[in-house]
Design a protein around this ligand. Structure first.
Ligand SMILES: [Zn+2]
Length: 239
């Protein structure tokens, strides 16, 4: 009886795990995000960047060896180290809050009270479900309530949040929330039009499709303001 109970217990745990894995697989393939914050562990920065690179290098090597690749080949020898450096310093560098662009703002001396749109900001990010590139354009707008930011700051903010494992919806919201904080106004909007290589090059293999996401804050929720912004950016995004 006791043994039977244990067997049942183990079977139930097994089923639970299997169900969970299936659930997470489904979430991933449907590209559903779970929160607007990037899910990070509390000990995310216990290790220094160079320590992370050392560990990831071994992990990449392990993946390559498991795939049967010969790492003594000159062409492959440097790949684990290259990938590890690229993950930590480049494509996932935006996980590190120390790399967040400084929030230098200026007083709106011209009293320019209309909408300011920065369009066609080049965007490179990485899908967090497949670790494949997301490539596209971000269009960002705000209406100043007395504070302005340098134009390149908007590009830098897009770039910072893009350099994380991402879901496009979360990226769009993170850009808007950051600008709302910096500019001290809710009147901020962002539209992103992007290709996901996990959709274009694998799975459904649809090369033509792109994904559009938008977040409209404050006055941008009003029909006319939203229309004006969308007219400025007239989505005919070229990739
Ligand atoms: Zn994906």
């Amino acid at each position: 009886m006791y043994l039977e109970n244990i067997e049942n217990f183990i079977r139930n745990i097994g089923m639970g795990m299997k169900n969970n894995i299936e659930k997470f697989d489904t979430i991933g393939d449907n590209h559903i995000g779970t929160s607007t914050e990037t899910p990070m562990r509390t000990d995310a920065f216990k290790l220094r960047s160079d320590e992370k690179i050392d560990i990831i290098k071994d992990d990449v090597q392990h993946i390559m060896e498991t795939l049967g690749l010969d790492l003594s080949d000159d062409s492959l020898k440097g790949t684990p180290n290259r990938v590890a450096k690229m993950f930590v310093n480049e494509i996932f560098g935006g996980l590190d809050p120390a790399k967040k662009p400084k929030a230098s703002t200026f007083e709106n001396k011209y009293k320019y009270g209309e909408m300011l749109v920065e369009k066609n900001i080049t965007l490179y990010s990485t899908c967090e479900h497949h670790f494949l590139p997301i490539v596209g354009r971000a269009h960002v707008a705000y209406i100043s309530n007395g504070t302005v930011v340098g134009l390149s700051k908007m590009n830098r903010i897009v770039d910072y949040f893009a350099k994380r494992p991402q879901v496009q919806e979360r990226l769009t919201i993170q850009i808007v929330e950051e600008l709302q904080n910096i500019l001290n106004t809710k009147d901020v909007a962002c539209v992103i039009d992007a290709k996901h290589l996990c959709v274009n090059s694998r799975g459904i293999k649809d090369i033509e499709s792109s994904t559009v996401t938008s977040e409209f804050g404050g006055k941008f929720k009003e029909k006319d303001t939203k229309r004006e912004f969308l007219d400025y950016i007239k989505l005919e995004t070229k990739f």
